[in-house]
Write a protein that binds this ligand. Structure first.
Ligand code: ADP
Length: 591
């Protein structure tokens, strides 16, 4: 119910539209009740007593009632949908804005497809809840009251009998509502799972094909699809049962009403007009009651969806700026990690990291996979917050600086090239869309990307496809390098691609990287021998600790962790002509 109250809060700003809608609802309810009310004079005065003057009067009255009913019905439907859709648009935006502010650890936990299902499916379920519920909570009860009033005016004894039977028709409403809420939660979860599989296998279609897993994935999707179908069918079953069951129970009531009411007309206690007016009102009761039962279902679904959405909205946002956070001035002297500890869950991943990097220094970070290299560099832009110790830039604890001023100083090129389905130009200028064409072209040239960009159909205006699908691996990397160059940040974090490009592509990327690193403080997670040999310092990480530091030759002499790592990962590269060429070439570039 808490989620429901929060939903109603969202509706508040639209109170004036709601107020007009409510007036319309009163109109609809009154007109609906007026119709069976008019049945009595029409039957008794016109058809039985044949009063000519009533003919004109009553037809005008009936005409008016229908006109007002049409008008108010239209106004109410339009206004309520408007409010419902507005609230949903607002909620969707709120959810998206909140997602942008959530920490990376949240996205580590939540599958992408599931989040997408929240923003699309769940939000839509809420639309039904908001507009139908408010309509249902006002219009239908009002109509109900109006109709009951007509019934009691016409024949209070019959009405009392009907009132005894009516609650039986209500019983399934409550019962079914609860069942539907349970099923709906399950079916939405199942829909979320479907989205997860869809997202994974569509974005990973290359791997699915490479491993020949099409059949396996079809099977996995089929299982989830069937599960979803079962839940849907269950809810259809409940829904489909609720109307006929109520109709049946209502029908029994009507049989008794006809028996007893007919008897009274035959006895002359009441007139046919009164009886049909009563019966009309009773039959009209069915619609609002049926709608009320549906509304209950819709509301239950909406509440279930809202609860899932509020779960996300209640996840606290990522690390936020301190109230007195300062603008971090551009780094001039050094970056220092002092006694840094870090854990994701409970397992410590980084322990006692002490590292000083002077401005302009290139530090290569090496270590076996899982040693903690990526975690270490993720702490610098505060993607994750240190669990102990501190990171300083020119002596300022980065937690005392604003996130904007900190991240503004850091350029990042990762091995996963993150590109957007947009133009080449906008991908390079991502982060500052207002950069001039000259700057963008200069960055592209320095990143060794200008040549291939100009060969594309529409040059800088070419749309590159999702994740840059229309480009080669080396080209994608160079676009990311151009992006980092354009950002012109003093600190650079590089995560070298492990999968090797062909020698020519690698050379192009390497040259671009040399340009990018020039004059910047660089932390590079190194996989290439050339990078390691050219680094000012190598930092060896093992099990979350820095175990060795120094230059390649020094470290080779110690015969420690670095030697073993070298034998394992890099020795074969040493004999590899590609690596040699690249390293020679980058030596030349340096000179
Ligand atoms: P490397 O970059 O050296 O390969 P990582 O920094 O990626 O190593 O990982 C270090 C350790 O932290 C590994 O044991 C890994 O399982 C764990 N780890 C990495 N990312 C996460 C995460 N998002 N949540 C929990 N544990 C993680």
């Amino acid at each position: 119910m808490n989620s429901y109250r929060r939903l109603l809060e969202l509706v508040k700003p639209y109170w004036y539209r709601l107020a007009i809608a409510m007036v319309c609802m009163v109109g609809v309810a009154l007109c609906t009740a007026a119709l069976p009310y008019l049945v009595q004079p029409v039957l008794d005065d016109i058809f039985i007593q044949k009063k000519a003057e009533m003919l004109k009067f009553l037809s005008v009255a009936v005409f008016l009632v229908f006109s007002v009913k049409a008008l108010t019905e239209w106004g109410q439907t339009y206004l309520m949908s408007y409010v419902g859709q507005r609230v949903v648009a607002q909620l969707r935006q709120q959810l998206y804005d909140h997602l942008q502010g959530l920490p990376l650890s949240f996205f580590d936990r939540m599958p992408t497809g599931l989040l997408m299902s929240r923003v699309t499916n769940d939000v839509n379920l809420i639309q039904g809840a908001v507009s139908n519920a408010i309509t249902g909570l006002l219009k239908d009860p009002l109509t109900l009251i109006g109709l009951l009033a007509v019934m009691f005016t016409r024949d209070w004894q019959l009405s009392l009998i009907a009132m005894v039977v009516l609650p039986f028709a209500f019983f399934p409403v409550v019962k079914f509502g609860r069942m539907l809420r349970r099923i709906s939660t399950k079916s939405q979860e199942s829909m979320g799972d479907i989205s997860v599989i869809l997202h994974e296998t569509i974005s990973g279609s290359r791997i699915v094909k490479a491993f020949g897993m099409e059949e396996y994935e079809k099977e996995r999707f089929n299982r989830e699809n069937i599960r979803y179908f079962r839940y849907l069918i269950k809810s259809v079953m409940v829904r489909a049962l609720s109307s006929p069951l109520m109709e049946f129970l209502g029908g029994i009531a009507i049989v008794f009403v006809i028996l007893y009411g007919g008897y009274r007309v035959i006895q002359g206690v009441s007139t046919p007009g009164e009886f049909f007016s009563f019966l009309g009102a009773l039959l009209l009761l069915y619609e609002p009651i049926k709608r009320l039962s549906r509304i209950n279902n819709v509301v239950q679904e909406g509440i279930a969806a809202a609860t899932r959405i509020y779960d996300i909205l209640d996840t606290p946002p990522a690390i936020q700026d301190k109230p007195d956070a300062i603008q971090l001035p551009p780094m001039k002297r050094e970056l220092e990690l002092s006694n840094v500890q870090f854990r994701y869950d409970n397992e410590p991943v980084l322990k006692d990291i002490n590292l000083k990097v002077s401005a302009g220094e290139v530090v290569a970070i090496v270590g076996v996979s899982g040693a903690g290299k990526s975690t270490l560099v993720d702490l610098i832009p505060r993607f994750y917050e240190v669990s102990g110790g501190a990171i300083f830039i020119d002596g300022i604890d980065i937690r005392d600086a604003t996130m904007g001023s900190l991240r503004g100083q850091i350029g990042i090129v990762t091995q996963q090239t993150i590109l957007f389905n947009d133009t080449v130009r906008n991908n390079i200028a991502y982060g500052d869309i207002n950069k001039s064409d000259e700057e963008i072209i200069a960055a592209a040239k320095a990143a060794n990307a200008y040549g291939f960009i100009m060969k594309l159909d529409q040059g800088f205006n070419t749309i590159i496809g999702e994740q840059g699908a229309r480009l080669s691996g080396g080209e994608r990397q160079r676009l990311c390098i151009a992006r980092a160059l354009l950002k012109n940040a003093p600190i650079l974090i590089l995560d070298e691609a492990t999968s090797s490009l062909d020698s020519e592509a690698e050379m192009e990327v390497q040259r671009a990287l040399e340009n990018l690193m020039a004059g910047r403080t660089t932390l590079v997670i190194a996989h290439r021998l050339s990078t390691i040999k050219n680094a000012d310092r190598i930092v060896v990480i093992s099990n979350g600790r820095i175990v060795e530091q120094g230059h390649h030759d020094e470290l080779m002499e110690c015969n420690g962790d670095y030697c073993r790592l070298y034998d394992m990962q890099f020795a074969q590269l040493d004999n590899n002509s590609t690596a040699k060429t690249v390293s020679d070439l980058s030596d030349q570039v340096r000179k």
